[in-house]
Design a protein around this ligand. Structure first.
Ligand code: FAD
Ligand code: SF4
Ligand code: SF4
Length: 451
């Protein structure tokens, strides 16, 4: 019999482009059991090596086979603080599932889908009350993304009095303001926040560290500080007319939609209504912006300077974007934004790109094809070209940064005593699982210091 993976049920593509509800619907019990039964329970499991936090994958799948959902959850939780989130957004095809032996001749086990199933089962039951003895130490966490949340959770479970400072009005970092509802429902993130509050973590929103309160103020009040401020400053191309009225960063568009609910009828946050929009970039951020704008009724093109096989976004997002009618303009790059007398966007001058023989890093380089300049029409452009760290929190501190402007750490510790850092602020834009792991590692370093 053919050994195919159990495909996750999904919202129909024609329906989903008219709403922001989750696209993938998850496994039910019968589907999870069927998928788990495909796992070979390898004695030397390669999948574990592919997971950045080395979750004991065969063991949690074995518990699923035995219908021991909570035992499966405990196995995952030993390594991952945010399984309901990582099960949904990890680039599994590049990590655990890439290494699964089943994938060499057929379909890899859907490890992410099984992890999501287990976490959702766990989240559907009433949490047990934790009795935690306070150890008298106070920690301030700056930023409430996955790095800050995991650091806060582990420290709070170990008796620290933890306060999170977040500049935005809602906690969660990119999980809240960046990744759209149709990929990561906000109720999943809110559940993690509620868990922290149950552990007596205080969350102070609308608190820009560096302005409302400085790092040195925090140093006076707290024994330790963890900086999980992310990399939220968008990059632009530096081409003519990029300051035109209808050129936006993907971060701004996604924040308006996700954090401020611009797609909801009663929202007070406006969003530009364009007929045709070009999203520039090929990563998860570009896909999220393109698919969000499609749901607002726009005709969406995605322009990327390389070919389809090199799109850095998760494969499943590329498939979903194509299904939803996003038009991919590959091997093309903008040269100039075209505007009218009111500085409004009317189109772009673009050029075709081609591959060269030369290999830079692990990829062939691309170059412009002379003489292929042409114009495309549009009334909005969204730049999704990556981000830089935002160092507002470090104002007036002499914390050491590397030549890319990233915070330098040694086992999570920065150049300032008792000040730790992790996540995108240290690595540059990366992944949820890596940010979570950095927060966790810093928490255990702090715990070690207090013994
Ligand atoms: P963030 O999540 O950026 O959180 C940092 C927090 O710090 C923010 O809430 C910010 O407001 C706050 N902050 C910053 N400065 C201050 C200050 N001075 N005072 C107080 N608070 C401050 N990764 C995946 O693994 N899979 C995906 O599918 C995926 N999709 C993505 C889609 C989008 C649109 C984006 C933008 C990123 C995506 N990523 C994805 C990357 C992933 O979300 C990040 O790597 C991860 O969130 C980094 O976590 P962090 O905790 O370091 O920072
Ligand atoms: Fe795979 Fe991510 Fe889960 Fe690790 S955390 S097992 S990489 S889905
Ligand atoms: Fe199961 Fe694949 Fe891991 Fe083997 S490599 S234990 S088949 S998930």
């Amino acid at each position: 019999m053919e050994d195919k993976k159990t495909v996750m049920r999904m919202q129909d593509k024609d329906k989903r482009i008219k709403n922001f509800q989750e696209v993938e619907l998850g496994y039910n019990e019968e589907e999870a059991l069927r998928e788990a039964s495909r796992c070979l329970q390898c004695t030397n499991p390669r999948c574990v090596k592919g997971c950045p936090v080395n979750i004991m994958i065969p063991l949690f799948i074995k518990h699923i086979k035995e219908k021991e959902w909570e035992k499966a959850y405990q196995v995952i939780q030993e390594s991952s603080f945010l399984p309901a989130i990582c099960g949904r957004v990890c680039p599994q095809e590049m990590q655990c599932e890439k290494m699964c032996v089943k994938g060499f001749k057929g379909d890899a086990i859907s490890i992410g889908a099984l992890e999501r199933f287990v976490a959702d089962m766990h989240n559907s039951i009433e949490p047990k009350k934790e009795i935690i003895k306070n150890n008298g130490k106070k920690v301030a966490i700056v930023g409430s993304g996955p790095a800050g949340l995991s650091c806060a959770g582990i420290l709070a479970s170990n008796g620290f009095e933890v306060t999170i400072y977040e500049v935005l009005h809602r906690p969660g970092g990119v999980l809240t303001y960046g990744i759209p509802e149709f990929r990561l429902p906000k109720k999943i993130v809110e559940k993690e926040i509620e868990n922290l509050k149950r552990k007596k973590v205080e969350i102070k929103c609308d608190m820009p560290v560096g302005n409302a309160i400085t790092l040195s103020d925090l140093q006076k009040e707290y024994d330790y500080i963890f900086l999980g401020t992310g990399a939220g400053v968008p990059k632009f191309m530096g081409i003519p007319n990029e300051s035109a009225n209808e050129v936006f960063s993907a971060n701004e568009i996604l924040t308006r939609i996700n954090l401020m609910g611009a797609y909801q009828e009663n929202s007070k946050t406006p969003i530009k209504e364009a007929k045709t929009v070009y999203v520039i970039g090929g990563g998860n951020v570009a896909m999220d912006a393109a698919r969000s704008l499609k749901r607002l009724g726009m005709n969406v093109h995605l322009m990327y300077r390389r070919g389809k096989d090199e799109l850095p976004a998760r494969k499943v997002e590329v498939i979903h974007a194509l299904e939803e009618g996003i038009i991919f303009d590959l091997l093309q790059n903008p040269l100039e934004i075209l505007t009218d007398e009111n500085n409004s966007v009317t189109g772009m001058k673009v050029i075709n790109m081609e591959y060269q023989e030369e290999i830079v890093g692990q990829r062939r380089s691309v170059q412009e094809v002379k003489g292929t300049e042409h114009n495309v029409s549009c009334d909005m452009v969204v730049m999704a070209l990556g981000t830089n760290p935002n160092h507002e929190a470090l104002k007036m501190s002499d914390i050491k940064l590397d030549d890319r402007g990233l915070i330098m750490v040694d086992d999570g510790l920065t150049s300032i005593p008792n000040v730790y850092a992790g996540g995108d602020a240290v690595t540059g834009a990366a992944t949820v699982i890596l940010a979570m792991e950095a927060g966790k590692k810093a928490a255990y370093e702090i715990i070690k210091r207090c013994k």
